[in-house]
Design a protein around this ligand. Structure first.
Ligand SMILES: C[S@@+](CC[C@H](N)C(=O)[O-])C[C@H]1O[C@@H](n2cnc3c(N)ncnc32)[C@H](O)[C@@H]1O
Length: 217
């Protein structure tokens, strides 16, 4: 009887170990990106913690987050505007780039609770001074933005993407980027960015569907 119990405990332990290993493999941060500076390390730690503690809400997957970082740093962005902050997850990916470029993020969120959580996350990551969070309806509030903007990221109400594009495009500098998330849910937007000769758009489908639009010089 005792032998059987012992064997059951060993088998259960092995099953738990296998499940944990499988989870670690699935976890998007089982092999987190490598930090070059203490500032990057602090932001990455907050990103990993947020993912682990489920403090994200409809946030970009890691693949898209890394794309936001790389693209933003590559264009040496000083001014980034994000429409749809949620709890600050994508904003922190932008901050990975902005700590290197010395730039600033202006981010828009309509939901008070998520906006409050996002500010807390920006503080925890040590980037609160790099971020201005504007609470309220971004369809009105984006009109407060000033040119030149280097990168815009649209990730709010999907039916509103074309309206956001119309309002922000004149503010984006030539050579700047307009990024949009979950583009399969925004066909009018896709039509708008693929039929305008002033723009060149590519699609990065490794995550949740990211369009990358260059405003030509
Ligand atoms: C998909 S989530 C954004 C996820 C975030 N970019 C991230 O990756 O962590 C969309 C967010 O847009 C916000 N939103 C929706 N309509 C909005 C509007 N008109 N103005 C501002 N924010 C809006 C929602 O409250 C929600 O938090």
């Amino acid at each position: 009887m005792r032998k059987a119990m012992k064997r059951t405990i060993v088998i259960m332990g092995a099953l738990v170990a296998v499940a944990m290993a499988a989870f670690a493999q699935q976890s998007p941060f089982s092999n987190p990106p490598l930090a070059k500076t203490p500032a990057e390390k602090k932001i990455l730690a907050e990103l990993v913690r947020m993912a682990k503690d489920n403090e994200t809400y409809l946030s970009v997957p890691r693949e898209d987050g890394e794309a936001l970082w790389v693209l933003t740093e590559a264009v040496n962005a000083k001014q980034v505007a994000e429409i749809g902050t949620s709890t600050g997850f994508s904003g922190l990916w932008f901050c990975m780039a902005l700590t290197a470029t010395g730039g600033h993020l202006t981010t828009f969120e309509i939901n008070h609770q998520r906006a409050t959580e996002a500010m807390q996350h920006f503080k925890e990551a040590g980037v609160a001074d790099r971020v201005t969070l504007i609470e309220g309806d971004a369809h009105q509030n984006v009109l407060k933005l000033k040119a030149p903007i280097d990168v815009v990221f649209i990730d709010a109400d999907k039916g509103g993407y074309s309206d956001y594009l119309k309002k922000v495009l004149p503010l984006v500098r030539p050579g700047g980027l307009i990024l949009a998330h979950n583009i399969e849910m925004a066909p009018d937007y896709v039509h708008a960015v693929t039929t305008n000769p002033d723009l060149q758009t590519i699609f990065y489908m490794q995550g949740a569907g990211l369009s990358v639009t260059l405003k030509k010089r």
